[in-house]
Design a binder for this molecule. Structure first.
Ligand SMILES: Cc1cc2nc3c(=O)[nH]c(=O)nc-3n(C[C@H](O)[C@H](O)[C@H](O)COP(=O)(O)O)c2cc1C
Length: 215
C-alpha cells in the first residue's frame, strides 16, 4: 500500500488555509490510488520540541553518540519520510519564510551521516527522491506581479530538501488570504486550477507511459 506523509504546520490546525490546500493535494493523490494510507504528522500545534543539546553536540562530532531525546525524535521523523511514497507539507508563510515549527522539523530530519553526508565536494543527500508537494498559504502575495514582499520560503525549501535528496518538489499556494473575500476566493480558484492542471498532466503522462509499454 502506498503512503502519503502529511506534515501539517499551521497553528490554526484543520481550519488553516494551508491545511485545506494540503487536503486537496491529498485528494488528488488518492484519486489515483484510493487505498493510499495517510500518515499525519501534526506539528503546527507546537508539539515538536526544538533539538536538544546532545543532538547539537552529535551534529558537530564524527559519531551519533546519543540515542535518546532529539536523536530518537529525529529517527522517528526520518523513518516517516523514508516510508512515504509522497510527502505533502501544508504550511503558512511566517515572516517571509517557513514557520518555526517547520524549521524545527527540518532540524530533526536534515541530519549529518543519516540524511546527508559530508564529502570534500560538499554535502550529498542520502534519501531516495520522491514527490514532495508543498501547499502554502500567505496573507500577502509572494509570487507573480504586484508582489511587495520577499520570498525566503520556496527557495529555502528547495535548497534544504534538495540537500537531503528530495528534488521533486511541486509548490501550490493560496496567496493574499488577508485580502477581501472576493480576492481570496479568486486566489483559491487559481490554486484549484493549478492543482487540476498538474494532476491531469501527471495522469496523461502515466497513461502515455503505460501505452508505450503496451505497444
Ligand atoms: C507570525 C506570523 C507571521 C506572518 N508573516 C507573514 C508574511 O511574512 N507574509 C505573508 O504574506 N503573510 C504572513 N502571515 C500571514 C499568514 O501567512 C496568513 O494568515 C496565512 O493565510 C496563514 O495560513 P494558515 O491559515 O494556513 O495558517 C503571517 C502570520 C503570522 C501569524
Amino acid at each position: 500500500m502506498k503512503k502519503i506523509l502529511h506534515v501539517s504546520c499551521s497553528p490554526r490546525g484543520e481550519a488553516a488555509e494551508s491545511h485545506k490546500l494540503a487536503q486537496k493535494v491529498i485528494g488528488f493523490l488518492r484519486q489515483k490510488e484510493p487505498a493510499t494510507m495517510v500518515v499525519n504528522r501534526v506539528i503546527g500545534d507546537g508539539s515538536l520540541s526544538h533539538i536538544d543539546k546532545d543532538y547539537a553536540i552529535s551534529q558537530g562530532s564524527s559519531a551519533d553518540v546519543f540515542q535518546e531525546g532529539s536523536m530518537a525524535q529525529s529517527e522517528e521523523l526520518i523513518r516517516e519520510v523514508e516510508a512515504a511514497d509522497f510527502i505533502v507539507i501544508g504550511t503558512p508563510m511566517h515572516n517571509f519564510t517557513v514557520p518555526s515549527v517547520l524549521k524545527a522539523w527540518i532540524d530533526h530530519v536534515v541530519r549529518a551521516r543519516r540524511t546527508f553526508s559530508m564529502t570534500p565536494a560538499g554535502k550529498v543527500g542520502m534519501l531516495r527522491d520522491r514527490p514532495v508537494f508543498i501547499a502554502i498559504a500567505s496573507g500577502g502575495r509572494f509570487s507573480g506581479e504586484r508582489v511587495h514582499q520577499p520570498d525566503f520560503l520556496t527557495p529555502y525549501l528547495k535548497t534544504i530538501l534538495g540537500m537531503i535528496g528530495l528534488h521533486d518538489l511541486t509548490f501550490f499556494s493560496v496567496e493574499g488570504t488577508g485580502a477581501p473575500p472576493e480576492a481570496v476566493a479568486e486566489s483559491r480558484g487559481k490554486a484549484d486550477r493549478a492543482l487540476r492542471m498538474h494532476f491531469s498532466a501527471a495522469s496523461a503522462m502515466t497513461a502515455s507511459v503505460l501505452n508505450e509499454r503496451a505497444i
